[in-house]
Structures are given as structure tokens and as C-alpha cells.
Design a protein around this ligand. Structure first.
Ligand SMILES: *Cc1c(COP(=O)(O)O)cnc(C)c1O
Length: 355
């Protein structure tokens, strides 16, 4: 704490009065954490300061060559009014794995953790209280060297911003329709697919827009080489329940190693389900859909926790999953994980942190 400078706001913003109208990612709190790096000094000036715009050179390297990564996590209030976080140190560790792949210097993980707790303490009043709402945490890390030319930058900026967010399932959990993309790809093995790198999302936007025009909420990506194996959806990992077995693709480098994915794999095994990480082709999934062996499909990620899939479109064919209804396994895993996150259920893995 001693090393983190504090610059107070002159005036504070008005906090939103209606938590049902928060939406996602539009409102930001009074303060942010910032910290800078240069190749001579290392990390310096860790500061909690008023949220506001940065002044950046038009030659800022991240804007040209894309050394830009981020994380996503949530802080929430439990029934007792305590602030809770979930497996947050794993987000910081994952950010350093993203950084290593993009040739960015490692973040001081203990300092980042300490800074986040300090920032949350200051901004506690911004954490919404209604069921399902949260304070979304967005750590961001970008190259800021003022120079053209493709090489690892010498200067960087790391920051954390906070955004009060509405309940993901404000209208209740509802299965989504997914478009299986067979020509565009998101990432390839050997690329940066496992990193939460800005460029991965830029690569995904076009297919997302096209799918949306056809009435689908999200794109399901296939592998970049053969366009055959299931990868993941927009910002969620995918799970399929086929003949009683819960299956998710393995981490081979092209998909994001979701913390929710890992939690669901662990909980499903704890609950006695048969779980496996294995490559699953779209043809197998469609065949299982036709034969009735495909019982459920769902995505997992910090935002939705679990998002059931009610319909898949692939290559001119539509399959309905579980009659378009929420499946019992998706519901059970959602209930179990959210109960652990809110301290309502025994947390044998020590995932939930009370501030
Ligand atoms: C963030 C993200 C996920 C989910 O990760 P969590 O740690 O569970 O939130 C999955 N896929 C992609 C592409 C993502 O960006």
C-alpha cells in the first residue's frame, strides 16, 4: 500500500440510482489504478487517481502493432453485505501469460493484487447490491512507446477500471442461438488465441456481425486449420453433454483458458458427472443432435457464468438442443457455481475471497 500513490477526485460522480438499468460496460467509477513501465526503470508510479482520459501520442505503439491485452473479473456483494471476488489471482496470472506471448514485460502480480484490493476498498459504494449485479473489473495493459516499427515496445501502461454492471440474466436465463462459422476463423494453434489479446476480438467482429444479421447471438468457432473441431464462442468456452458425458475442447493454444471453464470442469467432476477434455468435431455434434444423443450445450465465462445453447446453425442445417430449454446439467452447474461465488455454498476449493 505504502508504494501506491493516491490522487483524490475534486468531485465524485453521482452513483446510478436504478440498478435495473445498469447494462454492461457503459458507466465507470470515480477512480482507476495506473502504473507505467519503461525498459530502464521497470514498473513505476503505481497510482490510484481520478478515472479519466489518457493523453497518447498518435504514434503510440499499441495503436499500430497491437501489443494490447486485458482481463475481465467481477466483484459482488453477498447476502451479508461483504464484497467478494472469485479466483482473482488466476486472472492476474493469466494476464502475465498473455503478456509473455505478446512480448510484454511481466506484471508484478502481488502489487497488482494489492492495488486492486485497495481500489475496490475506495470504490466499494459503487458495487451494486441487487441479485446478479456486479462491479466489473477490467485490467488493461498496452504498449505506449512513441515509435513506428514492429518490435517490442520500451514503454507500457497498465491500468484497472471498474464498471458497475447489471444482471446478465435480468430477464431470466434463456438459451441462446449460436451460428457455427465455417469460413472465418478466430485463432490458430501457435498464434495468440490463448491470450486475452485485443487482436483476437478484432479478428472476431466481422463474423459476429454477419451471424447477428441472421438472427444468431454468437459465433461458434471451428479450428483454424481444418474448420472441423469445436473451439469456443465469442467470450465463452463451450461444453456439450453427449450420452451423459460432459465434453469440452482441450487447451491446445487456440482457445482462451477460461477460469469459469476450469471451475465448471472441477465442479462437474465433484458432482459425479463424467467429464472429459477432448477434441470434438462439428460433424459429431450435428450427428449427436440428429440422433438425440446431444442432451445439452452451454458456454461458460465470467459474464454469464453458464449460458445454455438452445439452437445451433451449421452449414444450412439447424439443430434444436433440449427443445430449446435450459438443461438440468447447465442449471445445476450454474446454481452451484454462483452459490459458491456468493458464499452460499461450501467452497472446498477456496475460490471465493471475502475482502
Ligand atoms: C474471457 C474469455 C473466455 C472466458 O474466460 P473466463 O475466465 O471464464 O471469464 C472464454 N473465451 C474467450 C475468447 C474469452 O475472451
Amino acid at each position: 500500500m505504502s508504494d501506491i500513490k493516491f490522487i483524490p477526485c475534486k468531485t465524485l460522480k453521482e452513483k446510478p440510482s436504478d440498478e435495473s438499468k445498469l447494462g454492461f460496460g457503459k458507466l465507470f467509477t470515480d477512480y482507476m489504478f495506473t502504473m507505467r513501465y519503461n525498459s530502464e526503470k521497470g514498473w513505476y508510479d503505481p497510482t490510484i487517481e481520478p478515472y479519466g482520459p489518457f493523453s497518447l501520442s498518435p504514434a503510440t505503439s499499441a495503436l499500430h502493432y497491437g501489443q494490447a491485452i486485458f482481463e475481465g473479473a467481477k466483484a459482488y456483494k453477498d447476502a451479508q453485505g461483504n464484497t467478494r471476488l472469485f479466483r482473482i489471482k488466476e486472472n492476474i496470472a493469466r494476464m502475465n501469460r498473455s503478456a509473455a506471448r505478446l512480448c510484454m514485460p511481466a506484471l508484478p502480480e502481488d502489487l497488482v493484487y494489492e492495488a486492486l484490493l485497495e481500489l475496490l476498498k475506495i470504490e466499494e459504494a459503487w458495487i451494486p447490491k441487487s441479485e446478479g449485479t456486479s462491479l466489473y473489473i477490467r485490467p488493461t495493459y498496452v504498449a505506449t512507446e512513441e515509435a513506428l516499427g514492429v518490435h517490442a515496445a520500451k514503454n507500457y501502461l497498465f491500468y484497472i477500471i471498474l464498471s458497475p454492471s447489471g444482471a446478465y440474466y435480468a430477464q431470466g436465463m434463456k438459451p441462446v442461438k449460436i451460428y457455427v462459422e465455417d469460413s472465418y476463423v478466430r485463432a490458430v494453434i501457435g498464434g495468440i488465441g490463448f491470450a486475452k489479446a485485443a487482436g483476437n476480438y478484432a479478428a472476431s467482429i466481422l463474423a459476429g456481425e454477419l451471424a447477428e444479421k441472421k438472427g444468431y447471438t454468437q459465433v461458434l468457432w471451428l479450428d483454424g486449420q481444418m474448420h472441423k473441431y469445436i473451439e469456443e464462442v465469442g467470450a465463452m468456452n463451450m461444453f456439450f453433454v453427449i450420452d451423459g458425458e460432459i465434453i469440452t475442447p482441450p487447451l491446445l493454444g487456440s482457445i482462451l483458458p477460461g477460469i469459469t471453464r476450469d471451475s465448471i470442469l472441477t465442479l462437474a467432476a465433484d458432482l459425479g458427472y463424467k467429464v472429459s477434455e477432448k477434441r470434438l468435431s462439428i460433424d459429431e455434434v450435428m450427428e449427436a443432435g440428429r440422433s438425440g444423443a446431444l442432451q445439452e450445450a452451454f458456454g461458460t465465462g465470467t459474464a454469464a457464468v453458464v449460458s445454455p445453447v438452445g439452437e445451433l446453425y451449421y452449414n444450412g442445417e439447424v439443430i434444436e438442443i433440449n427443445k430449446g430449454e435450459i438443461g438440468p446439467i447447465a442449471q445445476k452447474l450454474y446454481d452451484t457455481l454462483t452459490s459458491i461465488q456468493l458464499g452460499k455454498h461450501e467452497d472446498v476449493h477456496g475460490w471465493s475471497i471475502v475482502l
